[in-house]
Design a protein around this ligand. Sequence first.
Ligand code: UDP
Length: 356
Amino acid sequence: MLKLLFISTPVGALGTGQGGGVELTIQNLAQELQKRGYIIEVVAPVGSVLQDIPVTGIPGNLQIAVQTQGRDIPICLSSNSVLGNMLDYCRQVQHKYDLIVNFAFDWLPFYLTPFFDCPIAHFISMGSMSVALDEIMSQIARDYPQNIGVYTKSQADTFPFADSCQILSSAIDLSLYQFSPHPEKSLAWLGRIAPEKALEDAVAAVNLTGTPLKIYGKIQDPDYWQQIQQDFPDAPIEYKGFLATQDLQQELGKCRALLMTPRWIEAFGNVAIEALACGVPVISYARGGPKEIVKDGVTGFLVEPDSIEGLVTAINQIDLINRQDCRQQAETEYSLTSLGDRFCAWFNQILETQNQ
Ligand code: UDP
């Protein structure tokens, strides 16, 4: 059986929500592969927690999330960089592994790929964010055309090396999400509270419809969150904190729909499939990952991007959606088994090419 070393995101410890959806992807994939007999070790910033998966915590200063920086900014590493320390650890233990799988959306692991003896598969968790990063990723895609994986085609299309990307989608452990047939009146908004997610649009929409909106997620940018509260002092919104999956799915299931309003090209949007698994329809802007996930008029509504009016119309029609269809879509398209099959096929392809 293959032995795999995962490199986690360097922007935060696993379990804090700082890393966004990739935290869930790492947990789910590791769990599925371990079940299949793979040996997995995850290297992550110290304090990281995963359910039943061995994690090696590495100390050091966290990376600044790339999406908070401008496109033209040079690559930055702080003193005692956790990313540098994680890669140094990987270099030392690489001979125990068949393959390293990198989830860090950062320059250094791409740059170091040819310096390692062990092959490195790169799973990219965001769309194009930085010129310097695009450049090094393009170079690796050219020299190792099998080794780049992404969530969706919309995400791949943001990169100059779109054609080399393996599209791997995402999945959740469906047994952890309960179907909830009878919602309350409230809508949900779920995710990192940061400008690229444009929470203000969801708040503007419920400010018009008067529908209560429950907000769940990590406040990544406190000033941004303050601004929204100031701009919409009377909006029917309630912040409910960052919840672990078990509590989150219970709360989410009670909601009439999930609003997704990303300003950027969302690479996937794990929250969309979590909602569907609870039987919660998804109202989203029609771009990026959610556009590939939501079946317009069947499991939610796809709305003209950045249109508050479009959100309002969709909110008013939400009862047309059959919640059973939502759960059904999650079961058919987003099971851990199919995710495991796709990743295993990808890893085997990389190893076959590399061993030729
Ligand atoms: N999340 C969570 N608890 C919360 C709110 C969000 O665990 O209270 C998680 C959610 O399960 C999802 C992630 O935060 O996995 C957000 O990921 P998504 O792919 O939607 O967006 P990203 O943050 O990667 O841009």
